[in-house]
Design a binder for this molecule. Sequence first.
Ligand code: PMP
Length: 429
Amino acid sequence: MLAYKDRSKEELLELKSQLEQEFQKVKAQGLQLDMSRGKPSAAQLDLAMGMMDVLTSESDLKCEEGVDCRNYGVLDGIREAKQLLADMTEVPKDNIVIFGNSSLNIMYDTIARSMTHGVMGSTPWAKLDKVKFLCPVPGYDRHFAITEHFGIEMINVPMTMDGPDMDIVEKLVSEDDAIKGIWCVPKYSNPQGITYSDETVHRFAKLKPAAKDFRIYWDNAYGIHHLYEDKQDYLIEILMECKKEGNPDMVYKFCSTSKVSFPGSGVAAIAASDANLVAIRKQMQIQTIGHDKLNQLRHARFYKDIHGMVEHMKLHADILRPKFETVLTILERELEGLEIGSWLRPRGGYFISFDAMDGCAKAIVAKASEAGLVMTPAGATFPYGKDPKDSNIRIAPSYPTPEELAKACEIFVLSVKLVSIDKILESKS
Ligand code: PMP
């Protein structure tokens, strides 16, 4: 297919009027479609319904410690849940602390604690003139929202196919002691689905930060969320790697079962060095007498062990894979060769990241919404909601049905084509 930029003005105008007619036809259908939310579909949630039956009024509700899970006790997670989440995130059981239902909540608490009380005895960030965070972009909007909320200055670091640009990360963290952290989604990243390479993880573990309270915020949200059994990404385990490099305290690792069992009703945990966990538990015992142990027990008994969880994730993949394939097939069929957009083919996670021609993302999202398709707002994948190139759009294929998804993609590619033609015509005039 001839790239749009190589077509004449007349050809483009003719194509535009054809596409505009197609667009008006879909618009007239009055559709209401949504590719904005990284939520599992109802069919995926159904997979874990058995969890509702593992605890009944007849069940023995004592956990391995012998504590009655209906009552107070066991601050940092029951042993069987710790084992399950430790295996899920590939760390020793003793390096994990279970919290409530949300890993994002733990991340927020971790930043809040650093602001008010500092990190393992260092000056509370709130008392410093300036606190900065590195933000690999495109990235997860809710990470950026937390740091923005606390007035932390965010610095964009471009993503490469191997993870964040480590030349930039190494330089900045070694020079500036106001940089206290970096947000990372190291496996099947949100939104690109990129997994950090071995070299990237090694370079992270070897960082020499100017700030001794610098921490890597390693959000392993998609650690076991593969789409294919035969094509899986592999990520080096960062906690062990940091320990080997003599930097045991430099990383906090976060995980949850939100997209394994039930988002909002799962179990979340932090994994870190012994020294970090001492500081975390110290605050935790003020904050709560304990989290929901019945939910922890329910998860441990339902999955039994990590093998049960891995099998469960294959069922998720069976539902998600065709949806990803639908989107990718339509993008390839409709856009390949036109040079008006590029995208990646992830092997796991929840998103497909689309890069439009510079200056087109906002207009594409607006155009799609005219025909009833809701996309993640353009810019959301960048700190402060500002994509300097106005190019990145996050596609979330998990929630719609396959039929809805095909329709939604049709609207999306039409919007991409129409906005790109206008952009090219503008440059030709
Ligand atoms: N991290 C990432 C990268 C996510 O995409 C999400 C949401 N899907 C979360 C964290 C939120 O996880 P939780 O439900 O455990 O708060």
